[in-house]
Ligand binder design. Structure first.
Ligand SMILES: [Ca+2]
Ligand SMILES: [Ca+2]
Ligand SMILES: [Ca+2]
Length: 326
């Protein structure tokens, strides 16, 4: 079993340190997945809740995590559904922001549900059909990327398709589950997804979602909508600060089910907002340092009481460009 798992685990690495390190990495990832699969595979938890009140393809629970309107397919009334804006990386809560022209696109997001971590692939298919593409998924561990075997992440996958804004275009959502222990055991995880041409295997689009574990709660780094607002304010007014551009991200808790796992002291209605600066980059891995952090309101979430103390901490993420660039 273990050997079979190893055999199906593909390692993409640009580190030339040789076969031994590769084998050790494959063994580590394989053992970790196997370890996590067994107890979770044995327990049949409640089915994932896929209620989608407005039919836009993003399930209600995910709209809540993303602070979108679960009763309105197009939250900002700009003609593009919440799902299309998510998949195509425009801002679903700002009507001034609409998708740039593209033929295919992918965005990853996540939520907690019944003690599972649900990973969501929001896919803009354009005029392609689902059968035209393959989906792969992997994880950045340390400085290495390892693909998660398709049989593993597709075993409980859920899928839906909805029409896009332009006639003849469509969108697809694929949801899969990982055991939350996967993140708890690793502390910080960059999960990546890649869309490939089903015929040629060429990577066509990729995205990354960064997850972290603190105090037994999983966090997701989300960029919308605050980044867009700030980018615009900065662009118009040059709103002070140095010449070095800072990017902001929301450090958003995604508890496994309801709010039951959120520590009592955390502040409801807020999230930990962090501004970060790139302090290192190489081999597709980008190291960010948190340079400002504060609780901000306006979210159906919680802010860690020690949010501000994250200043000075660093985290690694993967540049999705390396996944499509080759
Ligand atoms: Ca919805
Ligand atoms: Ca919606
Ligand atoms: Ca919209």
């Amino acid at each position: 079993m273990n050997n079979e798992l190893r055999a199906q685990t593909v390692v993409r690495t640009q580190d030339p340190r040789g076969v031994f390190a590769k084998v050790a990495f494959i063994a580590t990832l394989g053992a970790l997945l196997l370890l996590l699969l067994l107890p979770n595979g044995a327990v049949l938890a409640n089915p994932i809740d896929h209620a989608d009140a407005d039919g836009d393809g993003i399930v209600d629970a995910q709209e809540q995590v993303l602070s979108l309107n679960q009763n309105q397919a197009d939250t900002d009334n700009d003609g593009y559904s919440d799902l299309e804006e998510l998949a195509r990386h425009s801002e679903p809560k700002m009507s001034q922001s609409t998708p740039l022209p593209s033929t295919l696109d992918l965005a990853l997001t996540a939520r907690g549900d019944s003690n599972r971590l649900v990973v969501v692939f929001a896919i803009y298919l354009g005029d392609l059909q689902p059968a035209d593409i393959n989906l792969s998924m992997g994880v950045l561990l340390g400085n290495r990327m390892g693909d998660i075997p398709p049989w593993y992440f597709m075993r409980d996958a859920w899928m839906t398709t909805v029409p896009g804004n332009a006639p003849g275009t469509s969108l697809m959502v694929v949801e899969t589950c990982l055991p939350p222990n996967f993140v708890h055991a690793l502390g910080n995880v960059s999960l990546y997804g890649v869309l490939e041409d089903a015929q040629t295997g060429t990577a066509l689009a990729a995205d990354v979602v960064d997850l972290g574990s603190q105090s037994g709660v999983i966090f997701m780094r989300a960029t919308p909508p605050i980044r867009s607002i700030h980018a615009q304010v900065g662009g118009i007014g040059g709103s002070g600060g140095g010449s070095q551009p800072l990017s902001g991200s929301v450090y958003l808790p995604i508890p496994p089910g309801g709010d039951g796992d959120i520590p009592m002291s955390w502040i409801p209605g807020e999230v930990c907002y962090q501004k970060t600066q790139v302090v290192g980059a190489g081999g597709g891995i980008i190291t960010h340092e948190v340079v400002e952090a504060e609780c901000r309101d306006g979210w159906d979430a919680y802010c860690k009481t020690d949010c501000a103390s994250s200043v000075g901490s660093t985290y690694d993420t993967l540049d999705p460009a390396v996944l499509v660039g080759g």
